[in-house]
Ligand binder design. Structure first.
Ligand SMILES: Cc1ncc(COP(=O)(O)O)c(C=O)c1O
Ligand SMILES: O=C(O)CC[SeH]
Length: 392
């Protein structure tokens, strides 16, 4: 059982088959107090943070507190922290932003100054500098932009003497069209700490002297946070990637941005219900609460029928189904379709509370239903609930 709550359980196992976990750079077990906090949130704060009723307000309070403590952890402000699914998404968002910001900030005049649309027969593109020892979420993102002709990329080689990406080597790679430098704070395999602070000092001085584009500064802090002191302001970065599952938190991430949308550009990859100030919309990872209306202890049910309620104000079954873009289902018996706005008397008769029955969805699958159909239906429901709660 490797799912230790505090890491000690693994190395404490007393049986003859002792195991010593030494792969904490891959991922860490959840701290016991983290599990406790998540469990309490699952129980007490299941509402949508955008919702005004108590479970929603509790969810928002937890998120706001988390944002404050993460900001404090990395020496930033609460408004500098954008929650996202993990480090991979955070790293991709930085590169996506840098490319789009290059074109937004470099008008035609600037492009011609940089050598025109075609300089030496080659189109002017945003230039990115990174290293040859980055995590794949940086390496492959950069390679993809290069291969798709969306950016020029220089992969600066780590020194074979120091194992570090040396400042002078990065500075030597800077071009007039360089718009982003991304060097990780600590390498996940060697543990070597990179000279990010010194690099930022030098590049900021260069930015002050040179015309646009401003060279944006990113470091992937995934392996450093939780092991050494990391202060984004002291480092001087514009962006810092934060990865929860490297320091005893769940698989969630965040991006520190020094003044997102004001001091530092941040352009969303997704569009939706306005969460995270539209920088990263989508229901935050506070689980929705659902009630299975067919689960009666000791009773058997048909294998194809699922009667379920998604709890929350404004999520009446008929309203959810009419908002779905793919799913075709019903709130109950088809012959009762003229009374979808009232809870099913069948559910009420089975003791389902009215506010739960009002949100019921009857999903029934058939011979040709595939797993993919089910996955698409669940996603359709999730997106619809997000939209409806984003409006509440
Ligand atoms: C250095 C580094 N960057 C980024 C990531 C990706 O983070 P996530 O797993 O949250 O996508 C990891 C770990 O997986 C990592 O070690
Ligand atoms: O180095 C590791 O194991 C985590 C990144 Se894949």
């Amino acid at each position: 059982d490797l799912a230790a709550h505090d890491g000690r359980a693994i190395s404490d196992c007393k049986d003859q088959d002792e195991r010593i976990y030494m792969d904490y750079n891959a991922t860490t077990p959840l701290e016991a107090e983290v599990i406790k906090a998540i469990t309490e949130a699952l129980r007490e704060a299941w509402g949508n943070p955008s919702s005004s009723y108590l479970p929603g307000r509790k969810a928002k309070q937890i998120i706001d507190q988390s944002r404050e403590s993460i900001a404090s952890m990395v020496g930033g402000r609460a408004e500098d922290i954008i929650f996202m699914s993990g480090g991979t998404e955070a790293n991709n968002l930085v590169f996506h932003t840098a490319i789009r910001h290059f074109w937004k900030s470099c008008g035609a005049a600037k492009i011609s100054e940089l050598g025109g649309e075609h300089h030496n027969g080659k189109a002017i593109l945003p230039h990115i500098i990174t290293s040859n020892v980055e995590h794949d979420s940086v390496k492959l993102t950069a390679e993809s932009l290069l291969n798709e002709g969306k950016a020029d990329v220089t992969f600066v080689g780590a020194s074979t003497v120091t194992g570090r990406v040396e400042v002078e080597d990065v500075l030597a790679a800077i071009r007039p069209n360089t718009c982003l430098i991304s060097v990780m704070l600590a390498n996940n395999e060697t543990g070597v700490l990179m000279p990010v602070k010194e690099l930022c000092v030098r590049v900021r001085a260069l930015n002050a002297q040179r015309p646009s584009p401003r060279i944006l500064l990113h470091t992937d802090g995934a392996q450093a946070i939780g092991k050494v002191q990391v202060n984004a302001q002291e480092l001087g970065v514009d962006y810092l990637t934060i990865v929860g599952h490297k320091f005893y938190a769940p698989r969630i991430g965040a991006l520190y941005v020094n003044g997102p949308g004001t001091l530092t550009p941040l352009l969303p990859m997704f569009f939706g219900g306005g969460q995270e100030r539209n920088f990263r919309p989508g229901c935050l990872l506070i689980p929705e609460k659902i009630h299975f209306n067919s689960h009666f202890p000791g009773s058997e049910t048909l294998p194809n029928t699922c009667n379920v309620s998604i709890l929350g104000a404004g999520l009446q079954g008929w309203k959810v189904l009419s908002g779905c873009r793919k799913l075709l289902a019903s709130v109950g018996a088809a012959c009762h379709s003229d009374r979808v706005d009232r809870p099913s008397h069948i559910l009420l008769s089975c003791g389902i509370p009215p506010e739960v029955a009002a949100n019921a969805l009857r999903l029934s699958v058939g011979r040709t239903t595939t797993k993919r159909d089910v996955d698409l239906a669940v996603e359709d429901l999730r997106e619809t609930v997000c939209r409806l709660q984003g409006q509440s």
